[in-house]
Design a protein around this ligand. Structure first.
Ligand code: IMP
Ligand code: MG
Length: 184
């Protein structure tokens, strides 16, 4: 396949923008204010779930003014396609003792709920001072495990989405907006 055709195919997979860059930035400001008022000066530890939440983490950590530290955990529940495998693997864990921290988990999207359900169980067993979950996107229609985030910035219908950290086959994470993926 020629270069032009490959680029066209890559672009054609971006069906339509569902959340603009500006809408995301406004939501991040809201999230920053929510965190600031909830923790009211108390130091927090932000834990982002890689890879999808790396962009969200970068923006949220700049929107908070309470003292904050950052950590990254890596979980994978998808192969390269658009369907969940049902198996959550923690491929990179944090090594520090979280028992002296108020932990805030930052996630890109909650779909079946399996990933966060497992991660929250794992982290709660390590006795943090408190633990809350903030997700950029929530797809409640797809839930298999009963899991509710403390904050969901956007609730979206059952579409596979890409951009702002979210991928399909490792591509599209760098889009500055959230778009629906064209699976055809
Ligand atoms: P869950 O365990 O099914 O809740 O899946 C959560 C993980 O699956 C997220 O952290 C994403 O990496 C991935 N995921 C779920 N839905 C989508 C989507 O629409 N686009 C891209 N990745 C998704
Ligand atoms: Mg992913």
């Amino acid at each position: 396949m020629g270069k032009e055709k490959k680029i066209q195919e890559f672009r054609d997979k971006i069906k339509r923008v569902i959340i603009t860059k500006e809408e995301i930035q406004k939501a991040i400001e809201r999230a920053g204010k929510e965190i600031d008022s909830y923790y009211d000066g108390t130091p927090i530890l932000l834990i982002s779930i890689l890879k999808g939440a790396f962009v969200f983490m970068a923006d949220v950590c700049k929107a908070v003014t309470v003292p904050c530290e950052v950590e990254f955990m890596c979980a994978s529940s998808y192969y390269s396609g658009t369907e969940s495998t049902g198996v959550v693997k923690i491929t990179k864990d944090i090594t520090r003792d979280i028992s002296k921290y108020h932990v805030v988990i930052l996630e890109d999207i909650i779909d079946t709920g399996r990933t966060l359900n497992d991660i929250v169980k794992l982290l709660k067993a390590r006795n943090p001072l408190s633990l809350r979950v903030i997700t950029l996107l929530d797809k409640p229609e797809r839930r298999i495990v009963d899991f509710k985030p403390d904050v969901a910035l956007f609730t979206i219908p059952d579409h596979f989405v890409i951009g702002y950290g979210l991928d399909c086959g490792e591509l599209y994470r760098n889009l500055p907006y959230i778009a629906e993926y064209n699976a055809e």
